[in-house]
Write a protein that binds this ligand. Structure first.
Ligand code: PGA
Length: 258
């Protein structure tokens, strides 16, 4: 695992955007795995800026989103379809047919989930997966006790997640109870993974993911088993790491590293 600590959310977002741009420059038809939530907003803003100012091209890119609330239509303002359209897709030149987001309104979830997994494989797998992390250590909606080999499926949200996400709805009662989400096993097949986290409320989840045991109780800890994962954190999210000085030392030395 590589741990990068930035002084601000803006710097964290810019560092992640540079990694995305590097991926697209090396492979213009790359497959990106995308996340929603408040954390990647700065990243998407920076990608839109790079598209407008520097010609960052998405015309051959394919994207797969991690998850969606069950029961929200694409037009619902809290659906992840709506979020992605408003914050990224409507501002860049990605062909709409290259955008995949799990459906929250299919009438056959089992076959949809199988099809979603199959499409990822048919597109060559995910080259770069962007992740956030929940305060309970979840990645996508893989709540504590999710199987570390899980695939795309329906999950019941944890109360902590419903409480965390209630800020986006009028009340906690309005937050859907179920989500359709890529599994931990699906995520671990991405070629490269970048997890973003900011704020002190993520410090404990980040510390347990990086330095704790690999456990289904903190599904982000499964990333310890992945061969190319980078955590990009702000100082708040990094503040619980025991080995912070070591990561910082590596980061400072990186230009000279073999
Ligand atoms: P957040 O959510 O970015 O809104 O904090 C992250 C997550 O729950 O994965």
């Amino acid at each position: 695992m590589e741990i990068i600590v930035k002084d601000s959310v803006e710097e964290m977002s810019k560092a992640a955007a540079r990694m995305v741009a590097r991926t697209l420059n090396a492979k213009p038809n790359a497959v990106l795995g995308l996340a929603t939530g408040s954390t990647p907003l700065g990243l998407y803003k920076e990608l839109v800026r790079m598209h407008n100012d520097e010609g960052l091209d998405f015309s051959q890119v394919t994207t797969f989103n991690l998850d969606e609330y069950v029961g929200l239509t694409q037009k619902h303002t809290q659906s992840y379809h709506y979020f992605m359209h408003e914050n990224l897709f409507k501002h860049i030149n990605i062909p709409p047919q290259n955008v995949y987001i799990p459906s929250g309104t299919t009438d056959n979830y089992e076959s949809f989930c199988k099809w979603y997994e199959q499409r990822i494989v048919e597109c060559g797998g995910i080259d770069l997966q962007i992740l956030g992390i929940g305060s309970d250590g979840h990645i996508a909606f893989n709540e504590p006790s999710s199987s570390l080999g899980s695939r795309t499926r329906i999950k019941t949200l944890a109360k902590q997640t419903i409480d965390d996400n209630a800020r986006f709805f009028d009340s906690a009662e309005e937050v859907p109870i179920y989500a359709i989400t890529m599994g931990v096993g699906t995520i671990l097949e991405a070629h490269k993974i970048i997890l973003l986290a900011n704020g002190k409320n993520k410090a404990d989840a980040v510390a347990q993911s990086v330095e704790g045991p690999v456990t289904s109780l903190i599904t982000a800890s499964a990333l310890q088993l992945h061969r190319d994962t980078m955590f990009i954190l702000d100082r708040g999210a990094a503040s619980g790491l025991k080995m912070l000085d070591y990561y910082q030392w590596i980061q400072d030395k990186m230009p000279d590293a073999p």
